[in-house]
Design a protein around this ligand. Structure first.
Ligand code: DLL
Length: 435
């Protein structure tokens, strides 16, 4: 049941010494990058005496990554780099993450560990329905599954009828899928009069990359009669494979031999006592091309108290409850509201007041943007209005990577608030509770 028994069940004090060794090595490696070289030039601890000393070092943020674009965090010569991934959800410089062959190998091993933990074995058939490309969901799991030795179908997302055809005809037993897509896919089974509970060999789904509740997990489990495991990760650390549920499905083990986790109060930035909810901060312990020190993930969670019955000693976090910044995750794609604003404001016929609504429809996130027309510039006909709307949709699609609907409204018709403008109305949790 363990992929690497010794590491996964290591006693806490041995694990702590392993972490400290790796941390010191990682800090040394980090200093080779222009960013940390400069940051640690004067007040760098050359060697931390204990893990607790890490809190004396400053945080690293997504803005640091953006400002150091493209190569400011790279610690090795380009000839050592074999892959780049990038996180969506940025305007201007994207967040790019580099990998050496060693990093890719470690990452694959971690994913193999995650999959093995839930009972996936060589004889399984794995259909990877996550996006291949800059997003880490597709390729990250792909190499892990191959490392484990599972036949992998690199189908990527979408084209639901073809997905179902493969699920049936290849007798797929394991899928990797966005939770929202797992729910939507069910509608296609209904249309085709196929009962996924009876007519498939499917037994496991890995879901992640977007927030989802315990109720949604149960719903997917019921609809398909399978086990659904929560998978957490972020491109900056590697991608998926940072924390994963074991067979007990009671929280996600953070793989502490590769990542050192802290939970901090997002406002005061103090490290919080065990069990209190706050923001997850991660330090990489084994990454070569791009180690990160005290990276603010902005993801809100807490450490779960007690030991896991599975025997693994790596601490568990609760499912992610939200974010401490304004990043929105729309069907797995990360978006900042400012991207919408900048795109709209670049269209002269569009005014300054806008609002964003997000709803669940048919288990998918629907993004709707309401925006006022700029009457000083736009005096067109109805047909021209429709054209303007199409242009706005196209510009937003190009910027965001998702297609919103756009509603153009009369000038001064949207609410204005006296204080800080509230522009984002997220109704998804309400819909989820109803659904
Ligand atoms: O979403 C990596 C990933 C791929 C994880 C496939 C799991 C499965 P990014 O695109 O960089 O990377 O987005 C990372 O997504 O900071 C969280 O806010 C959110 N997120 C990821 N997994 C979960 C999860 C990938 N299980 C951001 N539950 C993170 C809730 C999640 N939110």
């Amino acid at each position: 049941m363990y992929w690497e028994k010794e590491i996964e069940t290591m006693g806490r004090s041995d694990l702590a010494s392993l972490q400290l060794d790796r941390l010191n090595h990682s800090l040394e490696q980090a200093r080779r990058s222009p960013f940390y070289g400069k940051r640690f030039a004067y007040k760098a601890p050359s060697h931390l005496a204990g893990l607790g000393d890490l809190t004396t070092l400053p945080f690293t943020t997504k803005d640091d990554l953006r400002n150091a674009f493209p190569y400011g965090f790279l610690t090795v010569d380009l000839k050592e780099v074999v892959r780049l991934h990038s996180s969506s959800g940025t305007t201007g410089n994207p967040t790019v993450v580099f990998h050496t062959a060693g990093d890719i190998g470690q990452w694959g091993n971690l994913i193999a560990r995650c999959m093995y933990t839930t009972g996936v074995r060589k004889h399984d058939v794995f259909q990877n329905m996550m996006g291949y490309g800059l997003f880490t969901g597709g390729l990250g799991f792909h190499y892990g599954a191959e490392k484990l030795g599972v036949m992998t179908i690199p189908i990527g997302p979408g084209n639901s009828k073809r997905q179902i055809w493969f699920l049936q005809n290849l007798e797929t037993t394991v899928v990797h899928i966005l939770p929202s897509y797992a729910l939507r896919l069910y509608k296609f089974f209904e249309e085709l009069a196929i009962d996924p509970r009876e007519d498939l060999a499917l037994r496991i789904a890995f879901v992640g990359a977007e927030p989802h509740s315990e109720e949604i997990r149960k719903k997917i489990e019921d609809l398909y009669n399978i086990k659904v495991y929560n998978s957490y990760g972020l491109s900056e650390m590697c991608g998926p494979g940072v924390a994963f549920e074991c067979e007990c499905q009671e929280g996600l083990h953070i793989w502490e031999d590769h990542f050192y986790p802290e939970i901090v109060d997002p406002a005061s930035e103090e490290v919080l006592p065990e069990g209190e909810p706050g923001e997850l901060v991660l330090t990489t312990l084994t990454r070569e091309a791009m180690p990160l020190v005290r990276y603010r993930t902005r993801d809100l969670t807490r450490f779960l108290p007690g030991n896991c019955p599975c025997g693994r000693t790596h601490r568990r976090i609760d499912r992610i409850t939200g974010r401490s910044d304004d990043m929105l995750i729309i069907n797995g794609v990360n978006i900042f509201p400012i991207q919408i604003e900048k795109t709209l404001m670049a269209i002269p016929e569009i005014g300054h007041n806008y609002l964003i609504e997000i709803r669940k429809e048919n288990f998918m996130d629907r993004l709707q943007v309401h925006v006022e027309i700029n009457e000083e510039v736009f005096h067109g006909t109805l047909a021209e209005l429709e054209k303007l709307q199409e242009n706005a949709v196209a510009a937003l699609r190009a910027e965001l990577g998702v297609t919103p609907s756009v509603k153009l409204v009369e000038p001064s018709s949207l609410p204005v608030s006296e204080g800080k403008a509230q522009r984002v109305y997220d109704y998804r949790n309400e819909a989820e509770a109803e659904g």
